[in-house]
Design a protein around this ligand. Structure first.
Ligand SMILES: [Zn+2]
Length: 288
């Protein structure tokens, strides 16, 4: 089956960085083969419309700390579409001392989720600004969090693909507790060195720490919402709310489940493979 998937993929000679529409159309037509060849991903009833109607209008799902910001950010650069993180929109609003900043600060510090109204307000402003600048497509990160939000989103745009990033909860907790920010330059780092044995037939998970340069080392701080209690509360709230959202997109055949096999070095090529974009990278580096 792996050989067949490889053969099918290499037969798509027209696949190039600029023809993502074709890549995605192709991706859908060979999804069964990909799902079997890549143990990290699963697609359920993935169905697609005419390729000429395609846009990269994707959603990245995943619990806080799973790294969806990192992967969504990388993929947006790779595909040339904006990465829109609702977390960033919230932080920008917090920093702006705008009309919603006090209300937001209270919610965030308690590890609660920001309301649909606030998020949708911030997101609408961002999408309108992007449209005015001539942006095409987007990767949404951290939105929608609820079925209600997914339904609102459905009314304003066509989501093509939803990538659900997953990571074992014990690994996730360790990773979240290792997060540090440099109080001087604002850089994001992680001091957790993760080495856990695989459970239930799954492979071991190793993640190297992301250590700061020496001049940042003494200035590292932990975010107020990265305590064990708050992280656990956040995960619990996330899991309760995300299940119906996953079901919503699964029933539409848009959900790609992706189990992160480890850190970014291992996971990034597997993710490209799951998206059938790995040939694009080969061409890109060959052209560089
Ligand atoms: Zn620094």
């Amino acid at each position: 089956m792996a050989a067949l998937a490889r053969f099918t993929k290499s037969s798509s000679l027209s696949l190039s960085f600029s023809s993502i529409a074709k890549a995605l159309y192709f991706y859908s037509s060979s999804s069964a083969a990909i799902a079997e060849s890549n143990p990290y991903s699963q697609i359920n009833n993935f169905t697609r419309k005419d390729p000429k109607d395609w846009n990269v209008q994707w959603v990245f799902l995943g619990c806080p700390g799973v790294g969806k910001g990192t992967y969504a950010g990388r993929l947006s650069k790779f595909l040339g579409v904006p990465h829109i993180a609702t977390g960033d929109l919230v932080r920008e609003e917090l920093a702006s001392s705008g009309p919603m900043s006090n209300q937001l600060a209270e919610i965030v510090n308690q590890g609660k989720l920001v309301s649909d109204e606030i998020i949708f307000n911030l997101l609408s402003k961002r999408l309108e600004a992007g449209e005015a600048k001539g942006e095409s497509g987007f990767i949404l990160d951290g939105f929608p969090r609820t079925v209600k939000q997914a339904e609102i989103l459905e009314g304003v745009t066509d989501i093509d693909l939803v990538v659900n990033l997953k990571l074992r909860e014990d690994v996730l907790l360790e990773k979240c507790l290792g997060r540090r920010i440099c109080s001087q330059c604002g850089g994001n780092f992680n001091v957790a060195s993760i080495n856990v044995k695989g459970k239930n037939g799954n492979p071991d998970v190793s993640m190297a720490p992301l250590l700061p340069p020496s001049h940042c080392m003494s200035k590292l701080i932990t975010r107020a919402d990265d305590t064990e209690e708050v992280v656990k509360a956040r995960l619990r709230v996330y899991n309760e709310k995300s299940q119906p959202v996953e079901d919503f997109y699964r029933s539409q055949g848009k959900l790609l489940e992706f189990d992160l096999p480890g850190g970014i070095t291992e996971s990034w090529p597997k993710l490209l493979e799951a998206l059938n974009l790995d040939d694009c990278e080969e061409k890109q580096s060959a052209a560089a």
